[in-house]
Design a protein around this ligand. Sequence first.
Ligand code: FES
Length: 87
Amino acid sequence: AFEVVLSSSGRVIPVAADQTVVQALDAAGVLVPTSCEQGVCGTCLTRVLEGECDHKDMYLTPEEQAAHDQFLPCCSRAKSPRLVLDL
Ligand code: FES
């Protein structure tokens, strides 16, 4: 498990092992638009300000994934204990 931080409010939202980041945000009342929910379409693309992503999508290029400044929260997770999101 890890947590995400909303940069606009400083709110910290835990992400359990059995939920996606999108699901954790949704449960906290923060809606991220989704479509495929499989890391293919790019609809849920979210900017990452801090932290290391665990990319599981097929949308970003390897170079984009390596920059750790955006991720697809319908499927991707975190390698670091927390991710600060531009939300
Ligand atoms: Fe399609 Fe996340 S909803 S990539």
